[in-house]
Design a protein around this ligand. Sequence first.
Ligand code: S5P
Length: 338
Amino acid sequence: VIARGERWPERWCHRFKSADPCFSCASQSPEPPTSPAPSVYPRLSYSARLPFCRNSAARALLKVVDRKKSNLCLSADVTTKEQLLRLAEQAGPHICLLKTHMDILSDFDATVPAALLALSEKHDFLLFEDRKFADIGSTVAAQYSGGVYRIASWSHIVNAHAIAGPGILAGLKQPVEKQLKESNVEGSTVAPRGLLLIAEMSSSGSLATGSYTTANLLMAEADPEWVCGFICQRAISKEKGMIHMSPGVQLPTDEDAVAPAAAASSSSFPSTPARTGTDSLGQQYTSPRDLLVTHGTDIIIVGRAIIQAKDAAKECERYRKAGWEAYEESLAASDAKK
Ligand code: S5P
Protein backbone atom coordinates (compact mmCIF):
# COMPACT_ATOMS: atom_id res chain seq x y z
CA VAL A 1 0.00 0.00 0.00
CA ILE A 2 1.27 3.44 -0.87
CA ALA A 3 0.98 6.04 1.90
CA ARG A 4 -0.12 9.60 1.27
CA GLY A 5 2.75 11.67 -0.09
CA GLU A 6 4.72 8.65 -1.22
CA ARG A 7 5.51 8.33 -4.88
CA TRP A 8 3.37 6.08 -7.03
CA PRO A 9 5.25 3.76 -9.33
CA GLU A 10 5.45 5.39 -12.74
CA ARG A 11 3.40 2.74 -14.49
CA TRP A 12 0.23 3.97 -12.79
CA CYS A 13 0.93 7.63 -13.19
CA HIS A 14 1.33 7.28 -16.92
CA ARG A 15 -2.43 6.96 -17.05
CA PHE A 16 -2.60 10.56 -15.88
CA LYS A 17 0.06 11.57 -18.40
CA SER A 18 1.71 13.23 -15.43
CA ALA A 19 5.38 14.19 -15.44
CA ASP A 20 5.45 13.95 -11.65
CA PRO A 21 4.24 10.49 -10.66
CA CYS A 22 2.97 11.01 -7.14
CA PHE A 23 -0.41 10.33 -5.55
CA SER A 24 -1.23 13.95 -4.70
CA CYS A 25 -0.37 14.93 -8.25
CA ALA A 26 -2.66 12.20 -9.51
CA SER A 27 -5.60 13.30 -7.39
CA GLN A 28 -5.11 16.95 -8.38
CA SER A 29 -4.74 16.18 -12.05
CA PRO A 30 -6.57 19.04 -13.83
CA GLU A 31 -8.21 16.73 -16.34
CA PRO A 32 -8.76 13.38 -14.67
CA PRO A 33 -9.89 10.71 -17.08
CA THR A 34 -13.61 10.05 -16.65
CA SER A 35 -13.30 6.52 -18.07
CA PRO A 36 -10.10 5.20 -16.50
CA ALA A 37 -9.87 1.94 -18.45
CA PRO A 38 -12.27 2.20 -21.35
CA SER A 39 -11.05 -0.77 -23.37
CA VAL A 40 -11.64 -4.06 -21.55
CA TYR A 41 -12.36 -6.14 -24.65
CA PRO A 42 -11.14 -8.72 -25.52
CA ARG A 43 -13.04 -10.43 -22.72
CA LEU A 44 -11.61 -13.56 -21.12
CA SER A 45 -13.76 -16.30 -19.62
CA TYR A 46 -13.98 -16.39 -15.83
CA SER A 47 -11.82 -19.52 -15.71
CA ALA A 48 -9.17 -18.05 -18.02
CA ARG A 49 -8.82 -15.12 -15.63
CA LEU A 50 -8.01 -17.33 -12.65
CA PRO A 51 -4.23 -17.33 -13.12
CA PHE A 52 -4.30 -13.51 -13.05
CA CYS A 53 -6.04 -13.35 -9.66
CA ARG A 54 -3.58 -12.54 -6.91
CA ASN A 55 -6.22 -12.32 -4.22
CA SER A 56 -7.53 -15.50 -2.57
CA ALA A 57 -11.21 -14.41 -2.52
CA ALA A 58 -11.08 -13.40 -6.20
CA ARG A 59 -9.75 -16.86 -7.06
CA ALA A 60 -12.32 -18.63 -4.89
CA LEU A 61 -15.16 -16.56 -6.34
CA LEU A 62 -14.23 -17.11 -9.99
CA LYS A 63 -14.05 -20.85 -9.33
CA VAL A 64 -17.56 -20.84 -7.83
CA VAL A 65 -18.89 -18.71 -10.71
CA ASP A 66 -17.45 -21.15 -13.23
CA ARG A 67 -18.63 -24.28 -11.36
CA LYS A 68 -22.20 -23.04 -10.88
CA LYS A 69 -22.53 -20.99 -14.06
CA SER A 70 -23.75 -18.17 -11.88
CA ASN A 71 -22.53 -14.58 -11.74
CA LEU A 72 -25.40 -13.65 -9.44
CA CYS A 73 -24.79 -12.08 -6.04
CA LEU A 74 -27.95 -11.95 -3.94
CA SER A 75 -28.23 -8.90 -1.72
CA ALA A 76 -30.07 -10.41 1.25
CA ASP A 77 -31.36 -7.16 2.74
CA VAL A 78 -33.81 -8.64 5.24
CA THR A 79 -34.27 -7.74 8.88
CA THR A 80 -34.50 -11.00 10.87
CA LYS A 81 -32.15 -13.96 11.10
CA GLU A 82 -34.95 -16.34 10.26
CA GLN A 83 -35.66 -14.48 6.97
CA LEU A 84 -31.94 -14.32 6.19
CA LEU A 85 -31.28 -18.03 6.69
CA ARG A 86 -34.42 -19.03 4.80
CA LEU A 87 -33.43 -16.81 1.89
CA ALA A 88 -29.86 -18.18 1.88
CA GLU A 89 -31.25 -21.73 1.79
CA GLN A 90 -33.64 -20.94 -1.10
CA ALA A 91 -31.16 -18.89 -3.12
CA GLY A 92 -28.08 -20.98 -2.32
CA PRO A 93 -28.13 -23.28 -5.37
CA HIS A 94 -28.43 -20.32 -7.79
CA ILE A 95 -25.89 -17.79 -6.52
CA CYS A 96 -22.13 -17.37 -6.37
CA LEU A 97 -22.17 -14.82 -3.57
CA LEU A 98 -24.49 -13.82 -0.72
CA LYS A 99 -24.26 -10.17 0.29
CA THR A 100 -25.39 -9.19 3.78
CA HIS A 101 -26.01 -6.05 5.83
CA MET A 102 -25.70 -7.64 9.28
CA ASP A 103 -26.48 -4.34 10.98
CA ILE A 104 -30.06 -4.33 9.69
CA LEU A 105 -30.89 -7.60 11.47
CA SER A 106 -33.01 -6.85 14.54
CA ASP A 107 -32.04 -10.14 16.22
CA PHE A 108 -28.41 -10.70 15.21
CA ASP A 109 -26.41 -13.10 17.36
CA ALA A 110 -23.25 -15.14 16.88
CA THR A 111 -25.19 -18.12 15.51
CA VAL A 112 -26.00 -16.18 12.30
CA PRO A 113 -22.50 -16.11 10.74
CA ALA A 114 -21.97 -19.74 11.73
CA ALA A 115 -25.24 -20.78 10.07
CA LEU A 116 -24.43 -18.74 6.95
CA LEU A 117 -21.00 -20.34 6.70
CA ALA A 118 -22.61 -23.78 6.90
CA LEU A 119 -25.03 -22.81 4.10
CA SER A 120 -22.19 -21.35 2.05
CA GLU A 121 -20.44 -24.73 2.20
CA LYS A 122 -23.60 -26.70 1.56
CA HIS A 123 -24.60 -24.69 -1.52
CA ASP A 124 -21.13 -23.53 -2.65
CA PHE A 125 -21.28 -19.74 -2.45
CA LEU A 126 -19.15 -17.07 -0.76
CA LEU A 127 -20.19 -14.45 1.81
CA PHE A 128 -19.84 -10.70 1.34
CA GLU A 129 -20.64 -8.35 4.23
CA ASP A 130 -21.53 -5.01 2.63
CA ARG A 131 -20.10 -2.99 5.53
CA LYS A 132 -18.80 -0.08 3.42
CA PHE A 133 -15.96 0.85 5.78
CA ALA A 134 -14.95 4.51 5.49
CA ASP A 135 -12.74 5.52 8.44
CA ILE A 136 -9.05 5.81 9.24
CA GLY A 137 -6.96 2.63 9.21
CA SER A 138 -6.86 1.90 12.96
CA THR A 139 -10.63 2.38 13.33
CA VAL A 140 -11.57 0.15 10.40
CA ALA A 141 -9.17 -2.54 11.66
CA ALA A 142 -11.13 -2.61 14.93
CA GLN A 143 -14.51 -2.46 13.17
CA TYR A 144 -13.57 -5.29 10.82
CA SER A 145 -12.18 -7.68 13.40
CA GLY A 146 -14.15 -6.83 16.55
CA GLY A 147 -17.42 -5.47 17.87
CA VAL A 148 -20.60 -7.52 17.74
CA TYR A 149 -20.19 -8.74 14.17
CA ARG A 150 -16.51 -9.86 14.08
CA ILE A 151 -16.73 -9.63 10.28
CA ALA A 152 -13.14 -10.71 9.59
CA SER A 153 -13.84 -14.07 11.20
CA TRP A 154 -16.54 -15.11 8.70
CA SER A 155 -17.01 -12.85 5.66
CA HIS A 156 -14.97 -13.81 2.60
CA ILE A 157 -15.37 -10.38 1.02
CA VAL A 158 -15.90 -6.89 2.43
CA ASN A 159 -15.99 -3.46 0.84
CA ALA A 160 -14.75 0.03 1.64
CA HIS A 161 -14.96 3.62 0.48
CA ALA A 162 -11.42 4.75 -0.28
CA ILE A 163 -12.33 8.28 0.89
CA ALA A 164 -9.88 8.15 3.84
CA GLY A 165 -6.92 7.26 1.62
CA PRO A 166 -4.69 4.19 1.34
CA GLY A 167 -4.55 3.75 5.15
CA ILE A 168 -8.00 2.20 4.99
CA LEU A 169 -6.66 -0.65 2.85
CA ALA A 170 -3.74 -1.17 5.22
CA GLY A 171 -6.00 -1.05 8.28
CA LEU A 172 -8.42 -3.64 6.91
CA LYS A 173 -5.53 -5.87 5.92
CA GLN A 174 -4.17 -6.07 9.47
CA PRO A 175 -6.70 -8.58 10.88
CA VAL A 176 -6.25 -10.76 7.78
CA GLU A 177 -2.47 -10.74 8.16
CA LYS A 178 -2.95 -11.68 11.82
CA GLN A 179 -5.14 -14.64 10.81
CA LEU A 180 -2.47 -15.68 8.31
CA LYS A 181 0.29 -15.52 10.91
CA GLU A 182 -1.74 -17.54 13.40
CA SER A 183 -2.56 -20.15 10.77
CA ASN A 184 1.15 -20.53 10.00
CA VAL A 185 1.82 -21.19 13.64
CA GLU A 186 -1.04 -23.67 14.00
CA GLY A 187 -0.59 -25.18 10.55
CA SER A 188 -4.23 -24.63 9.56
CA THR A 189 -5.40 -23.06 6.30
CA VAL A 190 -6.95 -19.61 6.09
CA ALA A 191 -10.28 -19.03 4.35
CA PRO A 192 -10.19 -16.61 1.40
CA ARG A 193 -10.45 -12.91 2.21
CA GLY A 194 -10.67 -9.94 -0.14
CA LEU A 195 -11.58 -6.27 -0.29
CA LEU A 196 -13.70 -4.46 -2.88
CA LEU A 197 -13.27 -0.72 -3.32
CA ILE A 198 -16.44 1.24 -4.02
CA ALA A 199 -15.22 3.07 -7.09
CA GLU A 200 -18.67 4.05 -8.35
CA MET A 201 -22.20 3.87 -6.96
CA SER A 202 -25.51 3.05 -8.56
CA SER A 203 -27.40 5.88 -6.89
CA SER A 204 -28.35 9.08 -8.63
CA GLY A 205 -26.00 12.03 -7.96
CA SER A 206 -23.25 9.78 -6.59
CA LEU A 207 -20.01 11.69 -5.91
CA ALA A 208 -17.90 8.63 -6.74
CA THR A 209 -16.94 9.71 -10.26
CA GLY A 210 -13.98 11.04 -12.28
CA SER A 211 -10.75 11.47 -10.35
CA TYR A 212 -12.24 9.78 -7.25
CA THR A 213 -12.99 6.66 -9.28
CA THR A 214 -9.51 6.82 -10.77
CA ALA A 215 -7.91 7.11 -7.33
CA ASN A 216 -9.80 3.93 -6.31
CA LEU A 217 -8.41 2.17 -9.35
CA LEU A 218 -4.86 3.20 -8.49
CA MET A 219 -5.14 2.15 -4.85
CA ALA A 220 -6.60 -1.23 -5.81
CA GLU A 221 -4.01 -1.99 -8.44
CA ALA A 222 -1.25 -1.09 -5.99
CA ASP A 223 -2.35 -3.97 -3.73
CA PRO A 224 -3.78 -6.79 -5.87
CA GLU A 225 -3.09 -9.40 -3.21
CA TRP A 226 -5.60 -7.76 -0.90
CA VAL A 227 -8.03 -5.99 -3.25
CA CYS A 228 -10.18 -8.40 -5.25
CA GLY A 229 -12.06 -5.81 -7.29
CA PHE A 230 -14.58 -3.01 -7.33
CA ILE A 231 -18.17 -2.02 -6.81
CA CYS A 232 -18.79 -0.09 -10.00
CA GLN A 233 -21.15 0.49 -12.89
CA ARG A 234 -18.68 -0.46 -15.64
CA ALA A 235 -15.34 -2.21 -15.93
CA ILE A 236 -12.68 0.23 -14.79
CA SER A 237 -9.56 -1.92 -14.45
CA LYS A 238 -7.71 -3.72 -17.20
CA GLU A 239 -6.20 -6.10 -14.64
CA LYS A 240 -7.77 -9.46 -15.48
CA GLY A 241 -7.61 -10.58 -11.87
CA MET A 242 -9.81 -7.72 -10.65
CA ILE A 243 -13.55 -8.45 -10.40
CA HIS A 244 -16.13 -5.78 -11.24
CA MET A 245 -19.38 -6.13 -9.27
CA SER A 246 -22.44 -4.06 -10.10
CA PRO A 247 -25.50 -3.33 -7.95
CA GLY A 248 -28.63 -1.58 -9.20
CA VAL A 249 -29.91 -4.48 -11.30
CA GLN A 250 -33.47 -5.30 -12.30
CA LEU A 251 -35.08 -7.25 -15.09
CA PRO A 252 -38.50 -6.29 -16.38
CA THR A 253 -41.12 -8.41 -14.65
CA ASP A 254 -42.61 -9.19 -18.03
CA GLU A 255 -39.81 -11.06 -19.79
CA ASP A 256 -41.25 -10.29 -23.21
CA ALA A 257 -40.76 -6.60 -22.56
CA VAL A 258 -36.95 -6.86 -22.67
CA ALA A 259 -35.79 -4.40 -25.29
CA PRO A 260 -33.00 -5.72 -27.52
CA ALA A 261 -30.05 -3.56 -26.50
CA ALA A 262 -27.39 -2.58 -29.01
CA ALA A 263 -24.61 -5.15 -29.28
CA ALA A 264 -21.24 -4.13 -27.90
CA SER A 265 -20.13 -2.39 -31.02
CA SER A 266 -16.90 -0.75 -29.96
CA SER A 267 -14.06 -1.57 -27.64
CA SER A 268 -14.94 1.27 -25.29
CA PHE A 269 -17.65 1.23 -22.70
CA PRO A 270 -20.09 4.16 -22.54
CA SER A 271 -19.59 5.85 -19.18
CA THR A 272 -23.22 5.65 -18.05
CA PRO A 273 -25.36 2.53 -18.12
CA ALA A 274 -28.83 2.77 -19.64
CA ARG A 275 -31.18 3.06 -16.68
CA THR A 276 -34.22 0.79 -16.63
CA GLY A 277 -35.81 2.08 -13.41
CA THR A 278 -35.34 3.76 -10.04
CA ASP A 279 -36.66 3.57 -6.50
CA SER A 280 -38.02 6.53 -4.53
CA LEU A 281 -34.67 7.16 -2.80
CA GLY A 282 -32.28 7.56 -5.71
CA GLN A 283 -31.42 3.95 -6.51
CA GLN A 284 -31.04 3.43 -10.27
CA TYR A 285 -31.50 0.13 -12.08
CA THR A 286 -29.83 -1.34 -15.13
CA SER A 287 -30.20 -4.64 -16.95
CA PRO A 288 -27.67 -7.48 -16.54
CA ARG A 289 -27.03 -7.27 -20.27
CA ASP A 290 -26.18 -3.60 -20.18
CA LEU A 291 -23.74 -4.16 -17.32
CA LEU A 292 -22.02 -7.27 -18.66
CA VAL A 293 -22.09 -6.82 -22.43
CA THR A 294 -22.03 -3.06 -22.86
CA HIS A 295 -20.13 -2.09 -19.73
CA GLY A 296 -17.89 -5.12 -19.20
CA THR A 297 -18.66 -5.89 -15.56
CA ASP A 298 -18.55 -9.40 -14.08
CA ILE A 299 -21.03 -9.92 -11.24
CA ILE A 300 -24.61 -8.66 -10.89
CA ILE A 301 -25.85 -7.74 -7.42
CA VAL A 302 -29.62 -8.06 -7.01
CA GLY A 303 -31.64 -7.27 -3.91
CA ARG A 304 -35.30 -6.34 -3.69
CA ALA A 305 -36.15 -7.69 -7.15
CA ILE A 306 -35.48 -11.15 -5.74
CA ILE A 307 -36.25 -10.90 -2.06
CA GLN A 308 -39.64 -9.29 -2.64
CA ALA A 309 -40.64 -11.80 -5.30
CA LYS A 310 -43.35 -14.36 -4.48
CA ASP A 311 -40.96 -17.20 -5.24
CA ALA A 312 -37.41 -16.09 -4.40
CA ALA A 313 -35.77 -19.30 -5.67
CA LYS A 314 -37.52 -19.04 -9.03
CA GLU A 315 -36.62 -15.36 -9.36
CA CYS A 316 -33.01 -16.16 -8.43
CA GLU A 317 -32.87 -18.68 -11.24
CA ARG A 318 -34.30 -16.11 -13.69
CA TYR A 319 -31.55 -13.63 -12.74
CA ARG A 320 -28.86 -16.34 -12.78
CA LYS A 321 -29.89 -17.26 -16.31
CA ALA A 322 -30.01 -13.63 -17.49
CA GLY A 323 -26.60 -12.91 -15.95
CA TRP A 324 -25.06 -16.03 -17.50
CA GLU A 325 -26.53 -15.37 -20.94
CA ALA A 326 -25.19 -11.82 -20.79
CA TYR A 327 -21.74 -13.20 -19.89
CA GLU A 328 -21.83 -15.65 -22.82
CA GLU A 329 -22.91 -12.86 -25.13
CA SER A 330 -20.02 -10.69 -23.94
CA LEU A 331 -17.58 -13.52 -24.78
CA ALA A 332 -19.16 -13.94 -28.21
CA ALA A 333 -18.99 -10.18 -28.83
CA SER A 334 -15.34 -10.30 -27.84
CA ASP A 335 -14.60 -13.23 -30.20
CA ALA A 336 -16.35 -11.40 -33.04
CA LYS A 337 -13.90 -8.55 -32.70
CA LYS A 338 -10.82 -10.77 -33.11
O1 S5P B 1 -23.52 1.62 -5.38
C1 S5P B 1 -24.07 0.78 -4.70
C2 S5P B 1 -23.35 -0.09 -3.88
C3 S5P B 1 -24.01 -1.09 -3.19
S1 S5P B 1 -23.06 -2.24 -2.34
N1 S5P B 1 -25.41 0.59 -4.78
C4 S5P B 1 -26.09 -0.36 -4.07
O2 S5P B 1 -27.31 -0.46 -4.22
N2 S5P B 1 -25.38 -1.19 -3.22
C5 S5P B 1 -26.07 -2.21 -2.41
O3 S5P B 1 -26.70 -3.15 -3.28
C6 S5P B 1 -27.17 -1.65 -1.51
O4 S5P B 1 -26.66 -1.36 -0.22
C7 S5P B 1 -28.18 -2.78 -1.47
O5 S5P B 1 -27.82 -3.69 -0.44
C8 S5P B 1 -28.00 -3.49 -2.81
C9 S5P B 1 -29.02 -3.12 -3.87
O6 S5P B 1 -30.29 -3.48 -3.50
P1 S5P B 1 -31.55 -3.38 -4.50
O7 S5P B 1 -32.69 -3.81 -3.65
O8 S5P B 1 -31.68 -1.96 -4.94
O9 S5P B 1 -31.26 -4.33 -5.65
